[in-house]
Design a protein around this ligand. Sequence first.
Ligand code: HEC
Ligand code: HEC
Ligand code: HEC
Ligand code: HEC
Ligand code: HEC
Length: 478
Amino acid sequence: MTTGKNDQGGSEAPHKHRSAWGHIIRGLWRTPLGIMSVALTTISATLMVLGIIADLLGLFHNPYVGVWIYMVLPICMVTGLILIPITAYLRRRQWHKSGIEKRPLQLNLSNPKHRLFLVGFIALTVVNVAIFGFVGYEGYHFTDSPYFCGMVCHQVMAPEYTAYQRSPHSRVPCVECHIGPGAEWFVKAKISGLRQVYAVITDDYDRPIPTPVEALRPARDTCEQCHWPEKFYGKKVKEFYRFSNDDQTEPEKTDIALHIGGRNPVTGEFEGIHWHVSKDVQVKYLAVDEKRTKIAKIKIKRADGSTDEFVDEDIKPEDGYTPKWRVMDCIDCHNRPTHIYSMPEDVVDFGLLSKKINPEIPGIREDSLNVITKMYKSRQQARDQMVSDLMALQRKRNPKIAEAHAADIERAGQYLLKGYLANVWPANKVFWGTYKGHLGHQWADEGYGCWRCHDEEHVDSKGNTISQDCGLCHDEPE
Ligand code: HEC
Ligand code: HEC
Ligand code: HEC
Ligand code: HEC
Ligand code: HEC
């Protein structure tokens, strides 16, 4: 065995008959950097292989494990692999200090040692490439999984991920809508992903995450992979139940039959609400604000080839915003296809309808709305206080009734808390109504929904307007 002293000494015999390669390979073990790089490579490769096996066997259910197996450990291993030749190079540069003669590195295939070395090297390289190929493939799937998108950045994406999990698309991976097929958007997404990771690390991102998402891929490449506008849907009947503080027991019921349309299989005409996205039709609009809530002009091309332009002279660009024309697609109506948030009234009224909130308790609707919309500082504070806040309001109303209904009030409080936690994230500045939907005219006065255009205020050269006739979009079902 040679010692460190020997190595420094320089002129001792053992060096003389060692080849240049031998010096390098043995020398690796003698420098801290060398030991570290070899250890780093070996340990991370071992952990990675074990991790992959365990992951394939389904032993892990925690997404952070994936971050280690498919991201951290491979980076460690590559770092180790890069450091090894660097260490060797540094050592070689120092040879003259140890008095070793610098000989050119030679690979001599007739030398059995060299052959063995070469075979070993090739074998290791093949193994490494195989490991990396596998890790790259699995890692690619991992970074594309809803798990990764929603959980790894859990603090940032908590609202979107929660809303997504209870949506009709909870089995559709995030990337189907946010990236879609093809290499171009894949690369764009990974680059913007890196930027986002950086923004999260440096805590430099907007809260709430602003909408509309400017860089969202056009819907024809995403939504239309699964839903195609040519499909005919006919009418869709919806029931709406509304209670009021004066009447908590008998809801006002509204039925509407929406003219969803599509291409009518009988007439071949494209009709109804999905007319806007028929492939023979183009609707373009010029919004004068980033939120796309104020629309100044609309240009259309109809199936018969005729064109038209509707203008509302009163809508002027916001200061500093340069309006851009946008071709209308699914997102202009379905801006909340999966990150669907409720409003406090929806939660409370559903509670009354389903009797999760006992409608017999006087004033319970008003009190429920009060606690569920209260500005708690954090979700934890809501967890700690909401139920007792509801109880306190009820006691103030009538201590005796509150006592008699204590169990129901507790149950109502728990239900409201659940509704709150599904919709409000104070740390992300996401509150009730932060993300509004365009589907309908619930928020028409804030510039959301169909009435942005269907308001009888946008006029074409012949004086026609875009209709707000109730019967255009829905009627009362028979
Ligand atoms: C069915 C399609 C679809 C799926 C699946 C989907 N999203 Fe979205 N997402 C959208 C659309 C459309 C918008 C754009 C909303 C807008 O521009 O107003 C959006 C917006 C967002 C936003 C911006 C903030 C907001 O609420 O508008 C974030 C963040 C986001 N999505 C994250 C995710 C994550 C994380 C997943 C998976 C867990 C996911 N999305 C799955 C369609 C989808
Ligand atoms: C990977 C396939 C896929 C993609 C991509 C997709 N969807 Fe869907 N979507 C579905 C499925 C499946 C359902 C039916 C879910 C159900 O019935 O429970 C659905 C349901 C819907 C519904 C009906 C929801 C309801 O309340 O019943 C709407 C609206 C919708 N999608 C719009 C969109 C929009 C807009 C996009 C693009 C942003 C989109 N989808 C992208 C698969 C997809
Ligand atoms: C002009 C607005 C508008 C546009 C543009 C639009 N939709 Fe819709 N869509 C609606 C409305 C309104 C409904 C009924 C909503 C409801 O259930 O409350 C609907 C319903 C749907 C449904 C559910 C049908 C059912 O039977 O439940 C699907 C799926 C859908 N749209 C997909 C799309 C896709 C995909 C696109 C883009 C190609 C698109 N929509 C473009 C307004 C629009
Ligand atoms: C960007 C502007 C814009 C928005 C937003 C918009 N529409 Fe329209 N819509 C139009 C225009 C323009 C026409 C065609 C008017 C004409 O032909 O004179 C139209 C026509 C229609 C028609 C008649 C289609 C036919 O059969 O000929 C229906 C139904 C309709 N819209 C429903 C809706 C619904 C529902 C929404 C909201 C979910 C909505 N629109 C949102 C611009 C818009
Ligand atoms: C441009 C299309 C359009 C026009 C015009 C229109 N609506 Fe609607 N309306 C919708 C859509 C889309 C929905 C479905 C919203 C949803 O699914 O939540 C809706 C929903 C409703 C609802 C039930 C929603 C609720 O929250 O109770 C009522 C009530 C209603 N409309 C009344 C009217 C009346 C009254 C008129 C005429 C002044 C009218 N609408 C004109 C598109 C339209």
